[in-house]
Structure formats: C-alpha cells, structure tokens
Design a protein around this ligand. Structure first.
Ligand code: APR
Ligand code: MG
Ligand code: MG
Length: 197
C-alpha cells in the first residue's frame, strides 16, 4: 500500500460516513519473561494475525454504521476475530494511539489502539482463538511477533519485518514497539533499517 498521513482523532472524526469508512485495529500485548534457547529475551508477547489475504495485520476491522462509537466497532470486530475470550477485553479510548488516511483516493480512515494484558489473559485469548466466528475465514491464525534478534542479525524481528503487511500495519507495529518500549530503540532501529520497505 502507498503512503499515508497521520491526523488527530478530532480531525479523523470529521471524515464522516458514507463518504468515509472507518476501521479500527489493536495491538494486544503482555510482558513475557523467559529466553528463547536460554539466550534471547522474549520481553513481550505481542499479537498479530495472518489475514485471509495472506498479509499480516492486527485484529480489528471496519466500523459499521450500527456501531455507536469507534471503540464499540473495534470490540465487536475483536470478538468476531478473536473469539469469546475477547468479550472481556473492553478496549477503550484510553488505549487509542493514532489515526491515518491513505494519500491516494481510497477513503478509509484507520485508527490504532494498544492494550496491555497479563500474560495469563493473553494466553486465554490465544487458547480460545480457534473458536472465533472468523477463524479460518478472515483470520488464518494468531501469531506472536518475535521481538529479539538472533546472532546472525537477521533472524527474529528483522526477518519478521520483511513479511508483507496490510495497509500501514508495519508502521503501526514499529511505532508501537518504540513508544511502548517493547524493544530497545537501538535494536529496533537496526531491524527497521535492515528491512526498509
Ligand atoms: N492499517 C491500515 N489499514 C488497515 C490495517 C492496518 N493495520 N489493517 C487493515 N487495514 C485496512 C484494510 O485494507 C481494510 O481495507 O482496513 C480495512 C478494514 O480492515 P479489515 O480488518 O480487513 O476489515 P474487516 O472488517 O475485519 O473485514 C474484512 O474487508 O476487504 C473486506 O470484504 C472484505 O469482508 C472483508 C472485510
Ligand atoms: Mg473482521
Ligand atoms: Mg479484520
């Protein structure tokens, strides 16, 4: 997908349906102790998904006209894509991070949220994900993002960032890893530079 432009939540809400569609997606993450092979710190469990179109993205989707707010639309989508475990998630405006519009002619505003969970809550969500209405349809599977870099300097996060992502979700991921301090900045910058798209 092409370039996109950030705008404030207030500006984004001026872009009204039916001319504009709104979509909301969320990063769900939890502190995750432990080391891969006893060496590489896992740091956090951060969830993304393999989508129906073969691209990686965050759970979430289009807000419907029936949804009374962006967050109600987001929580409905999370329930459809993550299953019954998402009923207790309650992502709110407090978890809002950013809004973007594409530079091209497409009239879709994307809103992005991030919510910290306990590792136990995140595991419960993973366990129930195959019960989701959209499992095997819109969602081909939940995945955790590798947040470490292996000794070869490529395996782990750099290789992960070389995948194909929907919309601006790669940029959303990098920005969230930085602002939420889920990966040390120097290591993140190296991973990003290596896989510049
Ligand atoms: N950043 C920016 N844009 C994104 C992101 C993201 N992280 N993730 C998805 N999008 C875009 C997609 O390109 C899509 O056009 O937002 C829009 C809605 O997101 P989806 O999660 O794909 O929408 P959802 O409501 O879950 O359902 C998928 O969309 O393409 C249709 O017919 C298809 O019914 C299907 C539906
Ligand atoms: Mg959906
Ligand atoms: Mg979706």
């Amino acid at each position: 997908m092409g370039e996109c432009r950030a705008l404030s939540r207030a500006e984004a809400l001026q872009l009204a349906p039916p001319d504009w569609q709104h979509a909301c997606h969320a990063l769900l993450y939890a502190p995750c102790p432990g080391r891969l092979f006893g060496k590489f710190p896992l740091r956090f469990a951060a969830l993304m998904q393999m989508r129906f179109d073969g691209r990686l993205g965050f759970p979430g989707g289009f807000v419907d006209p029936q949804d009374v707010s962006l967050e109600e639309g987001l929580n409905r989508e999370l329930h459809e894509e993550l299953g019954p475990g998402a009923a207790s998630l309650h992502v709110t405006e407090d978890h809002y991070l950013s809004s973007h519009v594409p530079e091209g002619p497409r009239r879709v505003v994307t809103h992005f949220y991030a919510k910290p969970l306990s590792l136990e809550a995140l595991r419960t969500l993973e366990d129930g994900a195959t019960q989701a209405k959209e499992h095997g349809l819109e969602v081909m599977g939940l995945i955790r993002v590798p947040l470490y870099t292996l000794r070869d300097g490529v395996g782990g996060l750099p290789a992960f960032l070389s995948n194909t992502f929907i919309g601006n979700s790669r940029e959303q991921l990098i920005h969230a890893l930085d602002t939420l301090q889920l990966v040390p900045r120097e290591q993140l910058q190296k991973a990003v530079t290596m896989t510049q798209k």
